[in-house]
Ligand binder design. Structure first.
Ligand code: AMP
Ligand code: ZN
Length: 669
């Protein structure tokens, strides 16, 4: 292809991907598979990185992150961002209506309102010039906010380019939120990786906007719901019309917005969503009522803090009280102990609640709760309710202190707690039955080896009979071992054996996750697998080298090293090897050239144009080799930001050439 053909191809791919993106993230109606989408995006990325003169900061390739913010600049809002006055009752709302009628000087005027849900996240002001997103700034103090443009670009539902042709500037406001299910997924992963849990979706959304690493932001699955167009738009001068225009431009405006002819209809809207809001994918804590007519809005104006033409109605946080009957303790597969509150059953937001997680000892101490106390429980973003406080007035002499256990509820061994951990652990790893069974359950789970048809009762039965001691024994199980256990039918046993056999095809990154190293969740396992490519090179690696892999901190690195220092684990790995489990990442990259044949690279640091994986794929795609550590055989080190210091020293010592990402791209040009 000549340059102008390449440029056209790049432009048409960008347009196509923008459209697909819009269909998928804004309209919720996808007509392309993830696989095809990724393939197109990869192709665009390749064309862009081979032709850096056509770089465009609003290309869909820029959504995946890869850029590290150096901090956030202050930015002054062209138009002040106000907050909203709150009301909590119908009476308050009627008073508000009376007040605005008085200001308008007409007690008989019929005012038309719009009702929207109040989305609970962080507000953002988006600015477009000639149809292209140029800035995204947080509310801040209303006058000055933080410029978080690079992070906001990763949000798929925000158009980087507006639909249609645009000469003028355009400003629009919305709320950055995180859907409840994504919030929960993040916390599940954080729990696996031993990180502190996030409190609620709102804080997670606003915290994510201020992350320095855009790749991490792009992983947070943020979304943006738009509620206010600053500019004049054509058509009738109403708020409702503006929201429709925003939709046409490609923004996500929730479809639940309604026009109300009378305040009575506003009450109906409020009532309808009182319970229905719990079925929404995101959190809402109220309703925002706005005067629809823009001329009336202008007449009403603003107070020093908020518009007079809008008001929010806040739902009361759903809280109930009940009695804390007892605390029980669960042992996880890593030995982590989780205390669970057993409650007098009580109804909350449509479900009967009997238990609540207490996370750890510190949490119990912070809450100051005792057995038999009357406690308040609330449903936040999480599905599992939490205890938020205690009614000390209701405390009687029947209350008892919670004596946190010191021994494992399963095997009775003394628990250990390190200062760096929030939880207590049973360290009796190889004889504590709950942990052994838990590790096998984890090994066969869907995101791991995906072995279907093996229930926990069967695992227990096989373990008690001595047929399996750990998950590596699954691969030597025989038909006779299983058929006698747990009344399994002939057909089910054969199917199970087939599923075990099939799991030998599972790729190395998933195997690495399946073996259950503490703090190594799905994403971390992928990172490590992509970097090291085989279990042997991970086992040979040390702390110092592991921490140079992005996102691998000391805690994870230490846990990996400790895992492989343990002889029992090494035996398990060897047995997996004998059973032909994938302990090497198969080369799945298609070779597109031989330009880098016989050239050995080491990749270190954080990159801007490509992410690490893409860089490695590009090297291998051009027939180069990627090694995990520097040696005399290394030809080049491709260094990004934050290259590991020990690598630098070693490179200098062995006189290996260090090149930048751009220089690398020159190599394969
Ligand atoms: P508050 O933070 O309680 O003062 O409420 C004002 C904030 O509510 C605004 O800054 C917006 O970020 C947010 N908000 C959420 N949903 C809406 C909506 N539908 N209309 C206007 N503001 C909204
Ligand atoms: Zn134990």
């Amino acid at each position: 292809m000549n340059k102008s053909n390449i440029e056209n191809k790049i432009k048409s791919l960008r347009q196509e991907l923008n459209n697909l993106n819009y269909k998928y993230y804004v309209l919720d109606d996808s007509d392309v598979s993830d696989f095809d989408f990724d393939k197109k995006l990869k192709y665009l990325n390749q064309l862009e990185s081979e032709n850096i003169e056509f770089f465009d900061e609003n290309s869909p390739t820029q959504r995946v992150g890869g850029y590290i913010n150096k901090g956030f600049k202050n930015s002054k809002h062209l138009n002040r961002m106000y907050s909203l006055d709150n009301t909590y009752s119908k009476e308050d709302l009627l008073d508000w209506e009376k007040k605005i009628k008085k200001i308008l000087g007409n007690d008989d005027i019929e005012i038309e309102y719009t009702c929207e849900l109040k989305y609970d996240g962080a507000s953002i002001n988006l600015k477009y010039e000639k149809g292209k997103l140029v800035s995204a700034v947080t509310r801040g103090d209303g006058t000055i906010g933080d410029d978080v443009t690079s992070n906001v670009k990763t949000i798929r539902s925000i158009p980087l380019v507006l639909n249609g042709e645009h000469k003028d500037d355009f400003e629009i406001r919305g709320e950055i939120i995180i859907p409840i299910s994504d919030f929960e997924n993040i916390n599940t992963l954080r729990e696996q990786e031993g990180k502190e849990l996030f409190k609620n979706p709102r804080n997670t959304a606003s915290g994510s906007l201020k992350l320095l690493d855009t790749t991490e932001v792009s992983r947070r699955k943020l979304d943006c719901l738009l509620y206010h167009v600053v500019e004049e738009v054509g058509g009738d001068r109403t708020h409702f019309n503006k929201l429709n225009k925003a939709k046409e431009l490609g923004f996500k405006v929730p479809k639940d917005v309604v026009k109300c002819k009378k305040i009575k209809e506003v009450f109906e809207f409020i009532q309808k969503w009182e319970t229905k809001r719990h079925d929404l994918p995101y959190e809402t804590d109220g309703v925002v009522v706005k005067v629809n007519d823009l001329n009336l809005q202008t007449e009403l104006g603003f107070t020093s803090k908020s518009p007079r033409w809008a008001i929010s109605y806040k739902y009361k946080a759903e809280q109930v009280f009940t009695k804390l009957k007892s605390v029980s303790y669960q042992v996880g597969r890593t030995g982590a102990i989780t205390p669970v509150a057993n409650l007098e059953p009580v109804e909350l937001a449509g479900t009967v609640v009997k238990r609540a997680s207490l996370h750890n000892e510190e949490q119990i101490r912070k809450l100051g709760i005792k057995i038999n106390d009357t406690v308040f429980i609330e449903k936040g973003g999480e599905i599992i309710p939490k205890i938020v406080g205690v009614d000390l007035d209701k405390r009687t002499e029947l209350t008892e202190n919670i004596n946190y256990i010191s021994n494992c509820p399963d095997c009775g061994s003394l628990l250990s707690k390190k200062d760096t951990d929030a939880k207590h652990y049973c360290i009796n790893t190889y004889t504590c039955t709950t942990q052994i069974i838990g590790r096998i359950e984890h090994f066969i789970s869907r995101k791991a080896m995906n072995i279907d048809g093996l229930g926990v009762e069967t695992i227990k039965g096989l373990y008690e009979k001595g047929c399996i001691n750990n998950f590596s024994d699954l691969y030597t199980l025989k038909y006779e071992d299983i058929i006698n256990i747990d009344r399994m039918a002939d057909k089910s046993v054969k199917k199970l054996l087939k599923n075990i056999e099939l799991s030998k095809n599972i790729t190395f990154d998933k195997v690495l996750y399946a073996i259950g190293i503490r703090h190594v969740g799905v994403t971390v396992a992928k990172k490590i697998a992509n970097n090291y490519r085989s279990i042997d090179s991970i086992m040979k690696s040390g702390m110092e080298e592991l921490v140079t892999v992005d996102e691998i901190g000391e805690k994870i690195a230490k846990s990996v090293v400790e895992y492989f220092e343990n002889k029992e684990n090494v035996d398990i790995i060897n047995k997996l090897k004998d059973s032909k489990i994938n302990l090497i990442l198969e080369d799945e990259v298609e070779k597109i050239s031989k330009k880098l044949e016989n050239t050995v690279f080491v990749v270190s640091g954080v990159f801007t144009i490509m992410d690490r994986k893409e860089l490695i794929d590009t090297i291998e795609g051009n027939s180069g080799k990627v090694s995990g550590s520097i040696s005399k055989k290394t030809d080049y080190i491709v260094a990004g930001d934050n290259m590991g210091p020990s690598k630098k020293i070693k490179a200098d010592k062995l006189d290996v050439k260090i090149i930048s990402e751009i220089e690398f791209l020159e190599l394969i040009k």
